[in-house]
Write a protein that binds this ligand. Structure first.
Ligand SMILES: *[C@@H]1O[C@H](CO)[C@@H](O)[C@H](O)[C@H]1NC(C)=O
Ligand SMILES: *[C@@H]1O[C@H](CO)[C@@H](O)[C@H](O)[C@H]1NC(C)=O
Ligand SMILES: *[C@@H]1O[C@H](CO)[C@@H](O)[C@H](O)[C@H]1NC(C)=O
Ligand SMILES: *[C@@H]1O[C@H](CO)[C@@H](O)[C@H](O)[C@H]1NC(C)=O
Ligand SMILES: *[C@@H]1O[C@H](CO)[C@@H](O)[C@H](O)[C@H]1NC(C)=O
Ligand SMILES: *[C@@H]1O[C@H](CO)[C@@H](O)[C@H](O)[C@H]1NC(C)=O
Ligand SMILES: *[C@@H]1O[C@H](CO)[C@@H](O)[C@H](O)[C@H]1NC(C)=O
Ligand SMILES: *[C@@H]1O[C@H](CO)[C@@H](O)[C@H](O)[C@H]1NC(C)=O
Ligand SMILES: *[C@@H]1O[C@H](CO)[C@@H](O)[C@H](O)[C@H]1NC(C)=O
Ligand SMILES: *[C@@H]1O[C@H](CO)[C@@H](O)[C@H](O)[C@H]1NC(C)=O
Length: 405
């Protein structure tokens, strides 16, 4: 089946009632971390997960003027296995796209932050020692020095969705904006956390998700610099209570990445702009829970039954209109027991267009140049693994599905 239909969808429309995928709740009672976790799981979804800077601002905002410390859902696994992440939220670290120099990135416990060496190979280094560093900026207009590919279903950007391939059509997002993402070499020496703070305040983040092609473009700059330079990779054993894999961290500048954090828990320090601090989990503190509005239903249903289920029990099948929503929804999809999960996307034969079930969504089609035939029973599903792309699937197939409320 030839299928090259384009679907454009409006941005800025929101199917989530108040445009929040989750809501934070500040609980004034003082509990140990484990008690707080139990409380949140019973009355809400879980202890708070924070996935970007906006979330840290929301955490500060709901604390009702309390300037103390409050537990969040981050804890350090006891004797856990260290895992690499990128500093920039939303970019997944892919072990097969790394360029470690031989003998680097061995898990010796003390070198947990990444640098680029003079010959563009990567190394790991002490996070609390100082190096030059490389920031990444996605705000500035102009010259495209590098195009960073975010790991999650491609860049959604303006929401240009394209289907390719044969029977199974993978939806790719393409960023139509003239994405100008620039790298800035900062000619000052800082610890990795100071560097991260500098990049987040003055640019976007430490350079993250770089592939070898992009690094080669840096080659000239590096030849003149000839210095080891911190960039985005870090590794830790900290995990979120709800099992999500968000790499976002907002540590205070004195935080250390070393192994004696083992078994500790994280709190947001409200009088330190919400920066996080590690502490013994048995200490009693106020805490922050969250209510999730996106729910994975681990039952196998065809698309129509899934839709009815969501509409009867929640609000609707989930609609995804931007990268943040994609990231949040794919965290749920990872826990599914089927290879795909239904989302609220279906093909309408009358209009010859893919539509979101959500009534507020307006979708446009850029019709197939060959008038390709689309099947009337096709619906949209997100793959549970891999890059969580969307596929068209026969609506009679039975998958887990994702509702929102
Ligand atoms: C902070 O909370 C208030 C009321 O709850 C809300 O009106 C305001 O928009 C929030 N500000 C931010 C930055 O989230
Ligand atoms: C690059 O530099 C590192 C450390 O300076 C060294 O270990 C590695 O062998 C070098 N790699 C190449 C390809 O020259
Ligand atoms: C995109 O960038 C190119 C080259 O950097 C430039 O020539 C072009 O005008 C830009 N397009 C828009 C829409 O800004
Ligand atoms: C941002 O840049 C300015 C000017 O270079 C610097 O003074 C400031 O400390 C930077 N911010 C952070 C958080 O490092
Ligand atoms: C936390 O504190 C308790 C009691 O003060 C102590 O027994 C325990 O070893 C501490 N745990 C850690 C991980 O430091
Ligand atoms: C942070 O995440 C929230 C919810 O996922 C989203 O609304 C917001 O735009 C994100 N902010 C940034 C700066 O990515
Ligand atoms: C297709 O769209 C038309 C017009 O909006 C609507 O009347 C019809 O019910 C839709 N069909 C399906 C299967 O959604
Ligand atoms: C596609 O759209 C154009 C106008 O945008 C129209 O002229 C053409 O007939 C359409 N083709 C099909 C196959 O619907
Ligand atoms: C990781 O990178 C490899 C090689 O580029 C690619 O084949 C694979 O799909 C990537 N994995 C994920 C989860 O993106
Ligand atoms: C979808 O599945 C049904 C039942 O298995 C089958 O009758 C129908 O032909 C399938 N449609 C397509 C396009 O494969």
């Amino acid at each position: 089946m030839q299928w090259n239909q384009f679907l454009l969808f409006m941005m800025g429309q929101c199917c989530f009632i108040d445009c929040q995928l989750y809501e934070y709740l500040y609980i004034k009672e003082e509990k140990t971390w484990a008690e707080a976790q139990q409380y949140c799981r019973e009355k809400h979804t879980d202890l708070a997960t924070a996935s970007n800077m906006t979330d840290t601002k929301r955490l500060l905002n709901i604390s009702e003027g309390n300037m103390g410390e409050a537990w969040i859902g981050l804890y350090d696994q006891t004797a856990g296995k260290r895992k690499w992440y990128w500093s920039l939220p939303g970019v997944e670290f892919n072990e097969s796209e790394t360029n470690w120099a031989s003998g680097e990135a061995l898990d010796t416990g003390s070198e947990n932050c990444g640098f680029i060496g003079k010959n563009l190979t990567w190394g790991d280094y002490y996070c609390d020692l100082k190096l030059y560093f490389l920031c990444y900026d996605d705000q500035h207009e102009g010259r495209v020095t590098t195009s960073l590919k975010t790991g999650v279903g491609g860049d959604i950007g303006d929401g240009f969705m394209m289907a390719t391939g044969e029977d199974q059509c993978s939806f790719l997002f393409e960023d139509k904006r003239n994405a100008s993402q620039e790298l800035y070499f900062i000619n000052e020496m800082k610890t990795w956390l100071e560097a991260q703070s500098y990049c987040r305040q003055n640019h976007t983040d430490l350079a993250s998700g770089l592939n070898q092609v992009q690094l080669k473009q840096l080659n000239n700059a590096f030849q003149s610099v000839r210095m080891n330079t911190f960039f985005g990779p870090f590794r830790d054993t900290w995990r979120w209570s709800d099992g999500s894999s968000f790499s976002f961290r907002h540590w205070n500048l004195q935080f250390n990445f070393k192994e004696f954090n083992s078994g500790q828990c994280a709190m947001t320090v409200l009088h330190d702009e919400g920066r996080w601090k590690n502490a013994n989990c048995t200490v009693r503190k106020t805490f922050i829970c969250y209510d999730d509005k996106v729910i994975l239903i681990k039952e196998k249903k065809n698309w129509m039954d899934a839709l009815s289920y969501c509409r009867n029990n929640y609000r609707d099948l989930v609609t995804i209109t931007n990268t943040d929503e994609q990231r949040w929804v794919q965290e749920k999809a990872k826990k599914a027991s089927t290879p795909f999960v239904w989302i609220g996307l279906r093909f309408n034969c009358t209009l010859n267009v893919w539509l979101w079930v959500c009534p507020e969504m307006v979708s446009y089609t850029n019709n197939a140049s060959d008038g390709g035939t689309d099947d009337c029973h096709m619906s949209g599903a997100m793959e549970t693994g891999g890059q969580h792309k969307w596929f068209q699937k026969n609506g009679t197939e039975e998958f887990n599905f994702i509702c929102f409320c």
